[in-house]
Design a protein around this ligand. Structure first.
Ligand SMILES: Cc1cc2nc3c(=O)[nH]c(=O)nc-3n(C[C@H](O)[C@H](O)[C@H](O)COP(=O)(O)OP(=O)(O)OC[C@H]3O[C@@H](n4cnc5c(N)ncnc54)[C@H](O)[C@@H]3O)c2cc1C
Ligand code: FES
Ligand code: FES
Length: 1190
């Protein structure tokens, strides 16, 4: 079949509007098309791999067989536009808008306080919207499933789910004790000191005030598309891109012909396997064959002995088909189907299951595949077709291992999959352990099947396959063969475990590492299977007179817990807050739960983030070239091939920097040597981001490896490789105290790092102006002044020529304090050199590679205590992995040491800390700034002491907690009153002691499942340990119509700082918040700002806003006095007439804070905040699966 040289027209609909794309490029994704071509920027890019749900949109298609219209959610980042022929796409903009009509989903998520930074919100809205299109009154389980593929890094899922639950048929609360009441409802366990009962509120919204959901108001499926599907196009459609051609045949015969002609061309279905591979491994397929219009691939047929499912069916459809079959057939026939269904609930997310096909899943043969192990043990067969005819092959271990003799021929396609029914005396089970229940790849999974000789417990056939333990799905064929003919008893169990461990020998490089854990799962899964089958056997075998029936002893109740998986329950939660004083004027919003100022804009996609700013004239894109070596000399950099790529404008290197290239130890662009993989060496500037990224691959860098390469803290200690001197605090006489204690325990604690994963990756847009070297920089940062300063020194131009603008940031968490300045400065060099605006948007992969995260920690402790649990001496030494440059590592070490004592008063202490210099990307500020890692060491000591004393840990905590006004280890005065109040309240509200008793009871009754309850106090110091960081300014303008513009030095990171500032201004000026507005944070409006960090952003900026408002109000006082009955607008008009300045700068001079490390004393923190938290966790001791039970 000839392939036409001209592209066909690609026709689809977006938000009810027809899109005709005459030059559709198969490499372009729906996400990129929406954002760049249609300028629909509500759909966000956050991971680009289908993993986070930020790009969720709804696709509607008419099913050619059933003629029904299917609405399903997809992740637009994995959808090639060419796959959308004849489809209707709905984005967040098509759902509702602030300009026209808000959709109830949008209204409710905002009013339920379900948005913070708002970057994930459009995706959340779209997942919920799609659910409601299919189920206007969903169950809570359906809601949970619909949102399972949507990540949120700031809000927490409670308020998001709360908004969704308002659509559910009934919301059942936590139903504690079967009363139908929630344990956190008022009146229970509530002798709290938070306030009187009447002061405590739990409702943030009144459900009855929400606009109702009216399904008749939704966009209809475009009639034109209905007509198209009534007379489906049978001719082959072809879309030619720059590098790839997409061919979509209209008939099965044409598909087979095309496959014979292009045997190397993959079939593209869901693109959930091909897409990520093309992206990360750089695979390029010049021809893609799309069988999307071939109905033969979607045929489902039921026979007496099995089920045949078309390879083109999506995994979501497979789930429905299997569920239907399970409901129709007797239990014994559906063992395999039920095992598949179990995994189809947890495999990926609903979006991925909607997209991914059964055929694509099987053929991809991922080692972690959840379905292949079950299909293999279930004796599934693959129906293959080519022009030559059809044939069947088993989905065997040889097929899964990719042996050519057991595989598809290049010209064959998988038409369908046959899955036989199970039979009596046959049992099939599926096992899976992942880091979380939803949307996480499995660590290990398994499919297991056993067939017994009828009426006996003699194994006639046995198959076991594992995923996640090697390069492919692994079959334990040998072990199974050796167990044939054996009885299903403990002797067999023992032998099976030994044999399985022997046969499934995990290589050291097993994907995902954690080899020992995986080995445990190999046997744990079999043990569970053994018990499950034993249970079933007992039921079956009863009517049969089997000799020696003692072989089937009852499984004791204690062991039954091995059989139960944690149920996927819908999380329940209640937020309690203290209401304002009843005398507070109604108009004063301070202390009231005001919705996030941008909440509705988040929900409609109208909130503009850095990369949503429309393309500016002559804009170019930048992509970064990073080191592939951990420690090496750069011998040469060859840019020639890259510069020849069409669209490439320039490559920026260190030589192009007119000013200072970072610092001596932390260069913006590497010179001569690189210190870690991911260090930036140069940057390509091109007309499009695609060209810039392609050019990167053409840059040839030669290195000479250097030594020693240091990655771990242990290596750094060995090589004496540190970033800064040791920080130390000491009090009392620790050596003497150790002499006098009853017992001493020593231990080590390792705390891993953490990737930042703010949903909005690092991004910046630099716009050079034509005059006076001025630059406008739009940047996603917590510290615009730092970006401004760094750009100034890099370009060697004064700070006053550079204006940084921050409208909002899609999450920062500390990761956008230091690094944005690097990206801003490199982009600014590009802008200066080319004279063009430069946009730099980091891919998630680059962001994770280049930027560091939380510091991993290694802590050693020695603790001396009396037998009653009183700790007399504590010596802790900590090392953190700082990476290859200093960044914030010295400060993190200082804070770690300062905060190590947490809530405890121990008379003899020694805390030491050092930051290690390693060849990793530099680690940086991260929520808590060392406190979480350090506290884990301290709390581990407490637990160790408790274990030695035979006392519960909370007793040790209580015994050693600050009790009276005292001095901290750095000799700052400290009053523990609030700390103790928090502790007591937490014990009280959580019914801690009851809980502990219940957990102990539970543990006695259950051998394989255990519950643990803990309560931990927290004394957290806020602020920076330097006075100059505790200052803030604000600028407040009142305009002649009475409207007020507030600007301050804080940045909106999702924490709602702008909302709080307007609450303050509203109180001070005594006008409603609707009169007030905040546009952005700008270095031109408020200069020399401090990073929004250290938990004091709202605090210090609020004071500055208050100051500015008070100054203005003072100026207005005479006018108000003269006309007390006047309106705000009249007073402002009068003030203008009387030439009273209506603009004021507010300033907060801040707290004093200092720390003298020589003396080991100071006043480093303005104040503390306190907390106490109780958590109860249940763990499956066989697999490590765990669940927070409350
Ligand atoms: C975010 C994410 C999370 C995931 N989580 C999980 C998980 O938890 N567990 C799990 O098991 N999997 C998981 N996956 C993998 C997923 O199951 C597979 O990617 C998916 O099933 C592949 O199907 P597809 O239709 O998208 O294949 P495509 O990407 O379209 O194609 C994949 C391959 O299959 C071939 N192919 C497709 N159909 C046929 C056919 N009919 N005949 C011949 N060849 C064919 C193609 O040529 C291609 O080589 C995840 C994937 C993503 C993106
Ligand atoms: S799922 Fe598409 S951006 Fe994350
Ligand atoms: S609000 Fe969800 S990621 Fe920020």
């Amino acid at each position: 079949m000839p392939c036409p040289s001209r592209s066909d027209e690609l026709v689809f609909f977006v938000n009810g509007r027809k899109v005709i794309e005459r030059n559709a490029d198969p490499e372009v994704t729906l996400l990129s098309f929406l954002r760049k071509n249609l300028r629909l920027t509500g759909t966000k890019y956050a991971c680009g791999r289908g993993g986070c749900g930020a790009c969720t949109v709804m696709v509607s298609k008419r099913d050619p067989t059933s003629q029904e219209i299917r609405h399903f959610s997809v992740t637009a980042c994995l959808v090639p536009i060419c796959s959308l022929y004849g489809a209707a796409v709905t984005t967040v903009e098509g759902v509702g808008s602030m300009k026209t009509r808000l959709h109830p989903v949008q209204e409710r998520i905002a009013k339920s306080h379900g948005t913070q930074c708002g970057f994930c919100t459009p995706g959340m809205v779209m997942s919920m919207y799609t659910l409601l299109r299919n189920h206007p009154q969903p169950s809570e389980e359906q809601l949970l499933e619909a949102l399972g593929g949507n990540l949120c890094r700031c809000t927490g899922y409670r308020p998001i789910l709360a908004s969704g639950k308002t659509f559910c048929l009934e919301s059942n609360g936590c139903q504690q004790k079967g009363t139908g009441k929630c344990c956190l409802d008022l009146g229970e366990n509530d002798s709290s000191s938070l306030g009187r009962k009447s002061d405590i509120c739990t409702e943030l919204f009144v459900k009855e005030e929400f606009q109702p959901l009216d399904p008749t108001q939704e966009l209809i499926f475009p009639p034109e598309l209905l007509r198209m599907t009534e007379n489906p196009e049978k001719r082959t459609l072809t879309f030619h891109g720059e590098r790839v051609t997409w061919i979509s045949p209209g008939t099965f015969k044409d598909l087979l012909e095309l496959k014979a002609k292009h045997p190397e061309a993959p079939l593209i279905l869901g693109n959930t396997s091909l897409g990520p591979a093309m992206r990360s491994k750089g695979c390029l397929y010049p021809i893609l064959l799309s069988p999307a219009r071939i109905s033969e691939l979607n045929v489902v047929s039921k026979t007496n002995d099995g089920l045949t499912i078309g390879a083109g069916c999506s995994l979501a459809q497979v789930k429905d088909i299997l569920a239907e079959r399970v409901s129709e057939l007797p239990e014994e026939k559906t063992q395999t189907y039920r095992a598949l269904l179990k995994h189809l609930k947890s495999l990926a997310s609903q979006q991925i299951r909607n997209m991914a096909s059964l055929g694509g899943h099987i053929i991809s043969r991922h080692s972690y595949s959840d379905l292949n192990p079950i299909l293999a043990v279930g004796n599934a067969t693959l129906n293959l077709t080519s022009e030559e005819g059809t044939r069947r092959i088993p989905l065997s271990e040889h097929f899964l291992a990719g042996l050519a003799s057991a595989d598809l021929k290049p010209e064959e396609i998988l038409e369908s999959v046959y899955i036989p029914h199970s039979q009596k005396w046959e049992f099939v089970s599926a096992f899976r352990q992942a880091q979380c229940q939803q949307n996480a790849l499995p660590d290990v999974n398994a499919g297991m099947r056993v067939l017994f000789k009828e009426g006996t417990d003699i194994i006639e056939d046995l198959s076991i396959t594992y995923g996640g333990v090697g390069a492919a799905t692994v079959s334990a064929h040998k072990s199974c063969q050796q167990l044939l003919g054996r009885q299903w008893d403990e002797l067999m169990l023992d032998e099976a475990c030994r044999r399985l461990l022997d046969e499934v020998s995990l290589p050291g490089w097993a994907p995902g590492g954690r080899v020992e854990f995986k080995r445990t799962l190999v046997v744990s899964f079999f043990f569970k299977f053994y018990l499950q089958v034993l249970q079933e056997l007992k039921k079956l075998i009863k009517p049969f007179p089997v000799p020696n029936s003692r072989r089937y002893p009852e499984i004791s109740d204690r062991f039954l817990s091995a059989l139960e998986d944690f149920p996927g329950t819908v999380p329940q939660g209640v937020q309690r807050y203290q209401s304002v004083d009843s005398h507070q004027p109604l108009q004063d919003p301070v202390g009231r739960p005001v919705m996030h100022l941008s909440g509705l804009k988040h929900a409609t996609g109208e909130a503009e983030f850095c990369d949503d700013i429309p393309m500016v004239d002559k804009e170019l894109c930048m992509a970064l070239v990073t080191s592939t070596r951990a420690y090496a000399k750069i011998i040469s950099v060859d840019l020639s091939e890259a510069l020849e790529i069409p669209g490439v404008v320039d490559v920026i290197t260190a030589k192009d920097i007119p000013g200072i290239n970072g610092t001596k130890d932390d260069k913006l662009l590497a010179v001569d040597e690189v210190l870690c993989v991911g260090q930036i060496i140069c940057a390509v500037v091109a007309e499009t981001d695609v060209q810039a990224k392609r050019a990167i691959e053409k840059i040839k860098i030669t290195y000479e490896e250097l030594e020693p390469i240091i990655f771990t803290i242990e290596d750094a200690i060995k090589h004496n490789s540190f970033l800064c001197p040791e920080k130390k605090l000491e009090q009392g006489n620790i050596e003497e105290a150790f002499e006098k204690v009853d017992q001493i325990v020593e231990g080590e604690v390792h705390v891993g790092g953490q990737e930042h994963f703010y949903m909005e990756t690092q991004r910046v847009l630099v716009i050079p102006k034509t005059e006076d070297k001025e630059l406008d920089i739009y940047v996603s940062t917590q510290d615009p002044a730092h970006v401004q300063k760094t750009v100034s020194s890099t370009l060697n131009i004064p700070i006053n020529r550079i204006t940084c603008h921050v409208k909002r940031v899609g999450g920062g968490f500390g990761g956008k304090i230091g690094r944005p300045a690097v990206f801003g400065a490199i982009a600014a060099v590009g802008a200066l050199k080319t004279g063009h605006p430069i946009r730099l948007v980091l891919d998630r992969e680059d962001d994770m590679l280049i930027t560091g995260g939380r510091h991993p920690l290694f802590g050693k402790y020695k603790v001396g205590f009396m037998n009653n649990g009183r700790i007399k001496a504590l010596d802790i030494e900590c090392f953190i992995n700082g990476g290859c440059t200093l960044d914030d590592s010295e400060l993190v070490t200082e804070f770690l040491i300062l905060k190590l004592e947490n809530a405890y008063k121990i008379r003899n202490l020694r805390f030491r800390g050092r930051a290690c210099l390693t060849n990793l990307p530099s680690n940086t500020a991260f929520r808590g700034f060392g406190f979480p890692q350090g506290t884990l060491v301290t709390e581990s000591c407490i637990t160790a002491v408790a274990a030695k004393c035979g006392l519960p840990p909370e007793k040790i905590r209580e015994k050693n907690m600050y009790r009276t006004v005292d001095k901290t280890i750095y000799k700052q005065a400290f009053n523990p009153e609030s700390l103790i109040r928090c502790w007591n309240e937490c014990l009280d509200v959580s019914s801690f002691h009851n809980r502990r008793k219940q957990a102990e009871e539970f543990n006695k009754k259950n051998y394989w499942k255990k519950r643990g309850v803990a309560v931990i106090p927290m004394k957290f110091s806020v602020g920076f340990a330097a006075t100059s960081y505790h200052q803030a300014a604000a600028l407040v303008h009142i305009y002649t119509d009475g409207s007020v513009l507030v600007t301050h030095g804080g940045n909106e990171l999702g924490q709602g700082i702008h909302t709080k500032m307007l609450q303050v201004a509203s109180r001070e000026l005594k006008i409603p918040m609707s009169h007030l507005h905040i546009c952005e944070t700008s270095t031109a409006m408020v200069p020399n700002t401090i990073a929004t960090a250290a938990s004091v952003g709202a605090d210090i900026n609020g004071k500055a806003v208050q100051n500015a408002c008070q100054i203005l109000l003072k100026r207005l006082e005479p006018i108000i006095k003269k006309n007390p009955e006047g309106t705000w607008e009249e007073w402002i008009e009068a003030a203008f007439e009387q030439r009273i300045s209506l603009s004021a700068t507010g300033y907060f001079r801040g707290y004093k804070a200092f720390m003298d490390w020589e003396k080991g004393e100071g006043d480093p923190f303005p104040y503390y905040v306190y907390g106490a938290a109780c958590s109860e966790v249940e763990i499956d001791c066989l697999t490590g699966a765990h669940k927070s039970t409350s």
